[in-house]
Design a protein around this ligand. Structure first.
Ligand SMILES: CC(C)(COP(=O)(O)OP(=O)(O)OC[C@H]1O[C@@H](n2cnc3c(N)ncnc32)[C@H](O)[C@@H]1OP(=O)(O)O)[C@@H](O)C(=O)NCCC(=O)NCCS
Length: 177
């Protein structure tokens, strides 16, 4: 396991979207699965640190996200094999098409993992302008990707998730019903 597997996964995702879906998302993620599934744990271990940026992340994940996996309104797109290197969680309902969580391990950064996962998620969402919010301190990392897809910065919210911190809201107008 290691870099080779990661590279293969990424390159496959860029060249063959169906295969990419199978490799990135895997059969497990194509189905809904209950919270007791080890896969849900495996993803949470990688994302738990986001509690610092989003207080309440743990409760949100084990409540709303898992419920969403079960009812089909949310899907996880995952890169890597035994070692998960990137995760995107997307939500698709009648009123919302959103990239809820986008995370790539810093050791795998800059290799196209984030772009490939977001592309797959947007394909499932059937939109190239999904709603997404990003904390101020992460905006520079996301900027190249958002520029590539012409995401529109529609709102800057003060203290949305943390007091005194700014959250940048993209594609809000495209998602207004
Ligand atoms: C933003 C993020 C998803 C990018 O993932 P990635 O796999 O490194 O991105 P890619 O390799 O697909 O690169 C896409 C572009 O972003 C650029 N990029 C990647 N990391 C960057 C960084 N740290 N700073 C600036 N640009 C960066 C790449 O150079 C590339 O630019 P290009 O298209 O002009 O060549 C990743 O850095 C990340 O997970 N950051 C933390 C996310 C986070 O905190 N999420 C929680 C809140 S939603």
């Amino acid at each position: 396991m290691g870099e080779t597997m990661v590279e293969n996964t990424v390159f496959s995702s860029l060249t063959d979207s169906r295969k990419a879906f199978d490799m990135l998302a895997g059969a497990t993620f194509e189905r809904s699965y209950p919270a007791s599934e080890p896969q849900a744990d495996r993803l949470f271990v990688k994302l738990a640190h986001l509690e610092e940026v989003y207080p309440g992340f743990r409760n949100w994940y084990w409540g709303k996200v898992i419920d969403g996996f079960i009812d089909g309104s949310r899907r996880a797109f995952v890169a890597g094999g035994d070692q998960v290197t990137g995760i995107v969680i997307a939500k698709r309902t009648a009123s919302e098409r959103k990239l809820c969580t986008v995370w790539v391990d810093s050791r795998s950064g800059g290799r196209g993992v984030g772009a490939a996962l977001m592309k797959d998620a947007m394909s499932w969402l059937a939109t190239d302008k999904p709603l997404i919010t990003v904390p101020a301190e992460r905006i520079s990392e996301f900027q190249p990707l958002f520029k590539r897809w012409r995401f529109s910065l529609d709102h800057v919210a003060d203290s949305m998730y943390r007091y005194g911190r700014r959250e940048y809201v993209f594609n809000l107008k495209s998602n207004r019903n």
